[in-house]
Design a protein. Structure first.
Length: 320
């Protein structure tokens, strides 16, 4: 059973170099390494031209994580497709083997995907763990054995993957059309997880396949630039409209009612409370969130999913 590892990157040449150096130490060696480079990445291209180890390099013309992932999917030849963030590093030299172990040990199981722990930088604090990998169809995280910060909008739950530390059966990921390209950033992996779950496939948690994530989200030197706030809000509302099981009118009502309780809205409020941003910056971020919500609702109601077309995918795979 072969594994293709896909890395989507953009303007992070030094972090990517650190990751690649770590991946070269993986045992057994990686069967296929695919790097999809986004726009504005001349330094990344130059670095990859000098990097001595074999890899497949592709380009993505826009800053859209789902399009980048789908470009990698179309080029991959492995039975399993794994993903790691370009600003992450495996915590051990057998990370990829541990991540994909469930597929090799039990190829006839109903595991369609696998995910694993994510540590924050060099600490032992978990960004993603088994206790917080469950989510409902309104995109609300369900934390095991803890009282929720919000009232769940739905009892329909599934296990999601961490987008920067996950793997899928290649045939299944292609069967569902890969990642929905209406998600430029945020929830694209959660959307793929729920679509697999609705087909009867489950997500395994590989507790030992840990990575360390050196995200700029943990950098408070420029709080307003920590996240693409409007894009996150758009993706969140789009996810609710496309995936919740309630009738459409109830979906819209529940989504609208919960917006100010969303984690990213509360994060903006807390940055203001803690003095990390001033009133003007807070208003600017909230305006971006409201604009994103409106756009997400518009796309959710009027736009079809942008998935890998089966015919186009087959034609791509047949190219020499």
């Amino acid at each position: 059973m072969t594994v293709s590892l896909i890395i989507c990157t953009c303007t992070r040449a030094e972090k990517l170099r650190r990751l690649l150096d770590a991946l070269f130490q993986q045992s057994p060696p990686i069967y296929e390494l695919i790097i999809v480079v986004g726009p504005d990445s001349e330094s990344t291209v130059q670095m990859l031209e000098q990097w001595p180890h074999a890899h497949v390099r592709l380009s993505c013309p826009v800053r859209n994580i789902s399009i980048s992932r789908n470009i990698g999917i179309k080029a991959a030849t492995g039975d399993i497709l794994a993903f790691i963030d370009d600003d992450a590093v495996p915590a051990n030299t057998d990370w990829l083997a541990l991540l994909t172990e469930c597929f090799r040990k039990d190829p006839d199981s109903r595991w369609g995907a696998v995910t694993a722990p994510v540590l924050i930088r060099d600490s032992q604090k978990l960004e993603f763990s088994k206790t917080c990998c469950r989510m409902n169809d309104y995109g609300q995280g369900i934390v095991d054995n803890q009282e929720s910060e919000h009232r769940p909008l739905s009892n329909f739950t599934f296990v999601r993957v961490a987008g920067g530390n996950c793997a899928f059966r290649s045939n299944l990921l292609k069967q569902i059309g890969g990642f929905d390209e209406n998600y430029a950033y945020f929830h694209e992996e959660t959307d793929a997880s729920i679509r697999l779950y609705k087909m009867g496939w489950h997500t395994h948690f590989a507790k030992n396949a840990t990575i360390r994530h050196y995200s700029r989200v943990d950098d408070f030197s420029n709080p307003t630039q920590r996240r693409p706030w409007g894009t996150i809000a758009k993706s969140d509302v789009y996810f609710c409209i496309k995936n919740a099981h309630d009738p459409l009118c109830i979906r819209i009502f529940k989504t609208a009612r919960s917006l100010h309780s969303r984690h990213y809205y509360r994060e903006v409020v807390m940055m203001k409370v803690n003095g990390l941003i001033n009133t003007r910056e807070c208003v600017k971020l909230k305006t971006a969130l409201h604009a994103g919500w409106a756009l997400g609702l518009l796309y959710g109601l009027l736009s079809s999913r942008k998935l890998l077309a089966t015919e186009r995918l087959k034609a791509t795979l047949c190219e020499p």
